[in-house]
Write a protein that binds this ligand. Sequence first.
Ligand SMILES: Cc1cc2nc3c(=O)[nH]c(=O)nc-3n(C[C@H](O)[C@H](O)[C@H](O)COP(=O)(O)OP(=O)(O)OC[C@H]3O[C@@H](n4cnc5c(N)ncnc54)[C@H](O)[C@@H]3O)c2cc1C
Length: 402
Amino acid sequence: MDFSIPDATQALLDRFRAFIDEEMKPLEEQTVGKSFSEVLPLLEEKRSKTKELGLWLPQIPKQFGGVGLGFMEYALACEQLARSPYGNFVFNAQAPDAGNMEILMEFGTDEQKERWLQPLLDGRIRSCFSMTEPNRPGSNPVWMETTATLDGDEYVINGHKWFTSAADGAAFAVVMVVTDPEAPPHKRASQIIVPTDNPGFNLIRNISCMGHAGEGWGSHSEIRYENCRVPAKNLLGEEGAGFAIAQSRLGPGRIHHCMRWIGISERCFEMMCQRAATRELSPEEPLASRQTVQNWIAECRAEIDAARLMVLHAGWKVDKVGAKHARVEISSIKFFVAEVMMKVIDRAIQVHGALGITDDTVLATYYRHERAARIYDGPDEVHRNVVARQVLKGYGYTPKAR
Ligand SMILES: Cc1cc2nc3c(=O)[nH]c(=O)nc-3n(C[C@H](O)[C@H](O)[C@H](O)COP(=O)(O)OP(=O)(O)OC[C@H]3O[C@@H](n4cnc5c(N)ncnc54)[C@H](O)[C@@H]3O)c2cc1C
């Protein structure tokens, strides 16, 4: 294992970092606590700049117009982008579009690529991924109610989804549907592209989360698919491949998610230290003089460093042997890093006192949005389960198939 970063990669990482520091942080006074439509014109200006600088689409191969960073190079870049809540967005590397770009590149037909992928890559449209249902546990992805049945050369989709992030204003949804309820569990579902202007695509509401319903890219929607007819050619990949496609998107993507969480932790840590060093409790007695605060700073430093090394190690293993053989490492970082991030954000807020819970800093935004990290991409408990079962296998305990 090599801890050095090649000079060329480091130079690129420095450029991402500089963009966040010089272009995005100063924007926060105008963006924190504002609605997506209010901030979008400012973000579009920044998007033009990232294009001009040749930093647009860092995660995408050069032949598709991206920077062409490798898997681990992009993991390192994710840490830098996450130091602003809109960092990923201004480089067109934001969820859920980045995941949809990935699956369209890998599984899309030429026609699907032209109609959906290209405008996504250009930043002309947004998209969403519609899998979770209110009436079924998202933690059991092979048990879903939404169906698609073939009628001539059309699929007819019926079902109820929620937490479809960024559906509001998206041009299309990639919808996970059951196409064969009799097939083995992992072969029952397929992914189908549904344009959101389809009369059967009914956005019921943007769900209020932590007091904010949000809008546009910054929202999570409830959707009813009601006799939603789409051409059969909108099927992504093969029928029955929905679960496999979802897995291909999730496994390695978790390394990038976790590096994003490290970036958020670092940003909040910096803010915590700055505040501790400058906020005086009495003349010439800063908050930093208190041992409790020093302990928090020391612990956070150590935990962020430990988390980063775990993620880099997991990424290195994915690179060497593939995601399938790095399940323990991937699941370990999912719950470990999410918890470290939440602890760091919480302590940074505590050190800021009342200011910490206002929208005068970015901390409250991170706190509200990132709590979900312990739930999406598989709840922490499911990942703990994966780790424990794999470890126990080494001790002769064979878990019952569920
Ligand atoms: C902010 C946010 C954005 C999201 N974006 C999207 C999106 O764009 N598209 C989409 O399709 N979905 C999205 N989701 C949904 C997300 O994928 C699900 O919330 C997640 O899979 C968990 O499913 P659930 O909410 O139904 O919880 P459930 O499956 O009902 O689980 C509830 C709780 O039960 C516990 N639990 C579950 N399984 C086990 C187990 N095996 N062992 C022990 N405990 C367990 C966990 O504590 C878990 O939190 C998003 C969710 C959030 C919060």
